[in-house]
Design a protein around this ligand. Structure first.
Ligand code: NI
Length: 178
């Protein structure tokens, strides 16, 4: 992978060689930078309320995104270390229920969610073109291999999908998880 620091000064205006991985990481950073101020403004009453009894509150949606970040942290790292890596799934609704996200303060949840994702953006940006074409599989659908690039794109799209549930005006950037 070419690092921009290696290039001569005259070519910077034409091509700063942003990699696909760096571009996906930038989408994630941009989503965080856009959403954080809007999320921070929401009242504690609003973010604790479940619209209907079996739907997540905004705190629980951010909790689900924290679970997504922590599970995908494993995946983003292990996909680069192991060949033939099969992802375990996780019981999304039970993860949210067990952790009682509604009992946490909104500010603490947001800071945890942001910090985890800033680190994941860093991990994503460091991936090479070779890493992105590696194949990974889910235990539930082992017959359908997917690339690491698909996984990263899907991760950012999934995050934005849930952001739009809390922030209806949020404009998605990612092409993933449509
Ligand atoms: Ni989800």
């Amino acid at each position: 992978m070419e690092k921009s620091g290696m290039s001569t000064s005259k070519d910077t205006s034409i091509n700063n060689s942003t990699t696909v991985a760096e571009s996906l990481a930038d989408q994630l950073r941009c989503a965080l930078a856009t959403a954080m101020p809007l999320l921070s403004e929401l009242s504690d009453e609003h973010v604790t309320l479940r619209p209907v009894p079996d739907q997540w509150s905004p705190k629980e949606i951010i909790g689900h995104l924290i679970d997504s970040a922590s599970n995908n942290h494993d995946r983003f790292v292990l996909a680069q270390i192991r060949t033939e890596y099969i992802f375990r799934g996780y019981e999304q609704n039970q993860w949210v229920a067990v952790q009682q996200y509604n009992e946490r303060t909104w500010d603490e949840l947001l800071r945890l969610w942001e910090a985890l994702n800033l680190h994941l953006a860093h991990v994503m940006a460091a991936m090479s073109e070779h890493d992105l074409v590696r194949k990974i599989r889910y235990a539930t659908t082992p017959e359908k291999p997917m690339t690491v690039e698909f996984l990263l794109n899907d991760y950012v799209g999934h995050l934005e999908h849930h952001l739009t549930q809390i922030l209806p005006e949020y404009q998605r950037i990612s092409t993933g998880y449509r």
